[in-house]
Design a protein around this ligand. Structure first.
Ligand SMILES: [Zn+2]
Length: 426
């Protein structure tokens, strides 16, 4: 695989150049070599695999350019993963044993993606690193032995980091994926605040994602503010409200719990993959949520049954992966004959369309839910900053050079940077 070389060869981009997903950025500075992200290029993956045509293994995926080439790791000191989305994590099983793997949180990765995919009988089992791999936590707002500082950012996977590399004679900012307006302020610090704390008010190179600078977006993502507004009015209006949440999105989970509390509803979690989020929130404040008793999960202080939800829908918000929720409703209907949920609302929050394995057929889920009587909102809240936030980002980072990544429209970003600079200098 050919890498795109920039910044006098000190920066090599193996994935994410003029495409969404598959980030893999190598920085070579003297005898130092570090790698940011190890992404799967889903756009390539979807072109060559589908249905019964599945990967023969990592080697084939490497040859086809679905995952980074082995040369990325030759003599590398460490690999830094920005967050748990697979287009950034990639197949950690393939990382050589002498390359340290730095992740946002080993505990959370163990409880989520490594647990979900580790025992898969497909290529997804290679997401989990080998047993003897050295996997460590990123150091938040502290420079590590390779000159790298992890900066917390808001995104649709939690925790998420941008990274700053303090080189011999340059400072590089690698954004990972980020949005500027956090969905839940209690959970993530603002980018500007973090940089101020580090004493950084300009960077030499900003390797910046531009996901929402995209051609061919059919439904433009809503902002965090709009999401909160829509949820608030829905919670005051509908009977039972069911929300589907991507199980990595603790920020959204936290926001839904907060909004539900304000509207006097109790949150009932009905999905195994969200149990880690329940624990994580429980550690932060004692406002533990209830679990659906039919789920058969352990370690909850309070359970609510499906019967209770159907009887007093207006008192609750169910949070689940849509498939898990559907399965329970379908079983219930087989036992009882009819399940009437007219007046209830299902909020389907679309995950990023180009960055993940789609495990659920949204159309089919929506059809089932409306068969049960649900009204349906489809909300796409992006984990990425909006183009209208770009000038603020430029003001915060003040980059000498911009390297657009993870975008289909880098030319527009470069043009916009020029415009913003002219405005600032005036
Ligand atoms: Zn992401």
């Amino acid at each position: 695989m050919m890498a795109k070389e920039l910044y006098e060869g000190r920066l090599k981009i193996y994935g994410g150049w003029r495409e969404i997903g598959g980030n893999c950025v190598v920085v070579e500075d003297g005898d130092r070599k570090i790698v940011f992200d190890n992404g799967i290029r889903f756009q390539v993956l979807k072109r060559v695999y589908g249905g019964r045509i599945t990967p023969l293994g990592p080697l084939e995926m490497q040859r086809l350019g679905v995952i980074p080439d082995a040369e990325v790791y030759e003599d590398a000191d460490a690999l830094y993963i920005s967050h748990g989305h697979l287009d950034h994590v990639g197949l950690l099983y393939e990382v050589p044993h002498d390359v340290k793997i730095v992740v946002p949180s080993k505990r959370i990765f163990d409880a989520t993606i490594f647990e979900w995919y580790g025992n898969s009988n497909t290529w997804l089992s290679y997401v989990k690193p080998r047993g003897y791999a050295e996997v460590v936590d990123a150091e938040e707002l502290r420079e590590d032995e390779h000159g790298v500082v992890a900066v917390p950012v808001s995104h649709s996977a939690y925790p998420a980091y941008a990274y700053i590399y303090q080189g011999r004679d340059f400072v590089l900012f690698y954004s990972g994926d980020l949005r500027l307006e956090p969905l839940s302020r209690g959970l993530v610090k603002g980018l500007e605040e973090s940089l101020q704390r580090l004493g950084i008010d300009r960077v030499d190179v900003a390797v910046l994602e531009g996901t929402n600078f995209s051609r061919g977006v059919e439904n433009f993502p809503i902002t965090a503010g709009v999401f909160r507004e829509l949820m608030t009015s829905a919670l005051s209006q509908y009977e039972l409200v069911a929300v589907s949440i991507d199980p990595l999105d603790l920020e959204m989970f936290h926001a839904v719990v907060e909004l539900s509390k304000i509207s006097g509803r109790e949150v009932v979690v009905a999905s195994e993959r969200l149990l880690w989020a329940v624990e994580e929130l429980g550690e932060r404040d004692a406002s533990a949520v209830a679990l659906l008793s039919e789920m058969g999960a352990v370690a909850a202080t309070r359970y609510v049954s499906l019967e209770e939800l159907l009887r007093d829908g207006g008192g609750y918000v169910v949070v689940a992966e849509p498939v898990a929720l559907l399965e329970m409703l379908r079983k219930l209907r087989l036992w009882r004959g009819e399940v009437d949920l007219v007046g209830s609302l299902a909020v389907l929050t679309d995950p990023e369309p180009k960055e993940a394995v789609r495990e659920v057929e949204e159309e089919v889920v929506a059809r089932w839910l409306s068969m049960f009587g649900f009204q349906i909102y489809r909300l796409r809240l992006s984990g990425h900053y909006h183009p209208q936030n770009f000038s603020e980002l430029v003001r915060i980072l003040n980059p000498k050079e911009l390297v657009p990544i993870h975008t289909e429209d880098p030319a527009y970003m470069v043009k916009l940077l020029k415009k913003v600079r002219e405005k600032i200098s005036r």
